[in-house]
Design a protein around this ligand. Structure first.
Ligand SMILES: Nc1ncnc2c1ncn2[C@@H]1O[C@H](COP(=O)(O)OP(=O)(O)O)[C@@H](O)[C@H]1O
Ligand SMILES: [Mg+2]
Length: 244
């Protein structure tokens, strides 16, 4: 679903990405794991064409998006749903209005249809009868779920999560990990999770791609990463698993 080939990106003299190669298969969950400042968000922005690389290709569903202009990119971006670090809900809008927001922007549908779509999406993320609540009435985990409901309301093929568990307590982290696993199962979407949370990565990933010094230094199923001999991977995993 996503193929990144020889991707380079610098900001001035800072070389953030120095030759990224990554394949994400349809229907799987890939976690891009790396320390903060390693370039995870920069890589993600290339996948939706928010940044242009200095060199390299980004294929989404078979199309190279690098040469695309704004209109074509707009079409490609509709394949994506995004869940941001802070749930990024509008505080002054009800849950219903938040989730329905992309529908109003992109589709001409009746209020009744919109109500029904929102109800279905909330049900997929495990929420019922919360339409008239406001973000401030919800727990952190529930807000994440509303954020996901909004991200999937236009039925994307790919869901991107940027640091979905950062700053959450362990119980909420578990709740969000379950949400990611559940969304994959129910929606059969391709998921890309940007994270520095080792425990979450090992729980939700079909594949972990470890980003270090501008490159994916290792990618594979969690069991393979766990046995990695790469020094940067070993060091990073030790912080969670303890010395091996
Ligand atoms: N638009 C930008 N202009 C200049 N530097 C940037 C820009 N975006 C990101 N960077 C730099 O790129 C590096 C990687 O950032 P980022 O991808 O946000 O890291 P993270 O892995 O924590 O998501 C950081 O040093 C950051 O300061
Ligand atoms: Mg980031």
């Amino acid at each position: 679903m996503i193929q990144v080939r020889g991707l380079h990106k610098s900001f001035g003299s800072q070389h953030v990405l120095t030759g990224i190669d990554l394949d994400i298969e349809e229907g799987t969950t890939c976690v891009i794991l790396g320390g903060s400042g390693s370039g995870k968000t920069v890589l993600m922005k290339h996948m939706i064409g928010l940044l242009k690389p200095d060199r390299g290709e980004v294929l989404v569903d078979g199309e190279d998006i690098v040469p695309m202009g704004p209109e074509e990119l707009e079409r490609v971006r509709r394949k994506f749903g995004m869940v941001f670090q802070a749930a990024a809900l509008f505080d002054s809008m009800s849950v219903y209005e938040n989730v329905a927001f992309p529908l109003r922007e992109h589709r001409r549908i009746s209020e009744a249809e919109s109500r029904e779509i929102v109800r279905q999406k909330l049900e997929i993320v495990g929420l019922r009868n919360v339409e008239e609540k406001f973000p401030a009435d919800l727990s952190g985990g529930m807000r994440k779920r509303v954020g996901l409901a909004r991200a999937i309301v236009l039925e994307p093929k790919i869901v991107l999560y940027d640091e979905p568990t950062t700053g959450l307590d362990p119980i909420t982290t578990d709740y969000v990990d379950e949400m990611i696993l559940d969304a994959k199962r129910k929606l059969r979407v391709t998921s890309v999770v940007i994270s520095h949370d080792v425990a979450s990565a090992f729980k939700v990933a079909d594949k972990i791609a470890f980003l270090s010094q501008g490159r994916i230094v290792q990618q594979g199923p969690p069991s393979e990463l766990r046995r990695s001999e790469h020094p940067a991977v070993k060091l990073f995993l030790q912080t969670w698993f303890g010395k091996m």
